[in-house]
Design a protein around this ligand. Structure first.
Ligand SMILES: C[S@@+](CC[C@H](N)C(=O)[O-])C[C@H]1O[C@@H](n2cnc3c(N)ncnc32)[C@H](O)[C@@H]1O
Length: 215
């Protein structure tokens, strides 16, 4: 049986050098996040920005919902792939990081495509009535199940839900006792794996992302 390559740092660097070029403002966000220290781990990886970009392009997606904006790297990466009349609604409860993100969106001349809603995502999700072609979930893990259910109802048929952090630093596959977040993610993965309303695959990029297509 064929198996996946073990991606060393060397190989990772090679992949990034030969992939899609980052926009200058994507680079600025990454530098800014690095200056924040450990919290940088919140942002998606560069390979994930490239995958999101490509998915949006090849699927001609125009409407995106994001749950978990932080300082804007994933939002901007998706926005740059959208056509000029494309639209992203980006949810996050943190006013401070949202201000930072909005400044980056303006700098990249993408702010006309992006609407940010600053409050607990579950509250925004009850108010949103329109449908989306792609929903990216990357916020508090304890609410993943609710985000997933609400996302399914806001998704067009054949639309995609992409969920980040599903491999949780590799913890989900370990046999030993798990902490609370690992248990929550394992239960969530089990649920999605058995969900007949979608077809899905787990991609081991970044911290692991599940891509679901609504049937
Ligand atoms: C992992 S970060 C998102 C990273 C972002 N996608 C990126 O690539 O930079 C998670 C974000 O979820 C937000 N968050 C956590 N709990 C939330 C909630 N209940 N409602 C809305 N946002 C929440 C945090 O403020 C944080 O900015």
């Amino acid at each position: 049986m064929g198996s996946d390559l073990n991606i060393t740092q060397e190989l990772q660097d090679y992949i990034l050098e030969h992939g899609h070029n980052l926009h200058p403002v994507q680079k600025e966000i990454i530098e800014y996040n690095t200056s924040l220290g450990d919290i940088k781990r919140m942002q998606i990886s560069i390979s994930q920005t490239q995958l999101l970009h490509l998915i949006i392009k090849v699927s001609n997606i125009k409407k995106v919902l994001e749950i978990g904006t932080f300082t804007g790297l994933s939002t901007l990466s998706m926005s740059l792939a959208l056509p000029d009349d494309g639209k992203i609604i980006a949810l996050d409860k943190n006013e401070q990081t949202n201000k930072v993100a909005i400044n980056f969106f303006k700098k990249a001349k993408q702010d006309h495509k992006i609407t940010t809603l600053i409050k607990p995502a579950l509250e925004s999700l009850v108010e949103i009535k329109e449908k989306f072609e792609l929903i990216f979930i990357d916020a508090d893990k304890g609410n993943y199940k609710e985000y997933y259910e609400r996302s399914l109802s806001l998704l067009e048929t054949s639309g995609l839900i992409i969920i980040d952090n599903v491999l949780w630093y590799g913890e989900v596959a370990k046999k030993n006792e798990h902490d609370k977040i690992t248990k929550t993610i394992k239960n969530f993965n089990e649920f999605v794996s058995n969900d007949k309303r979608v077809e899905k695959t787990i991609i081991p990029l970044g911290d692991g992302m599940t891509i679901c297509r609504k049937l």
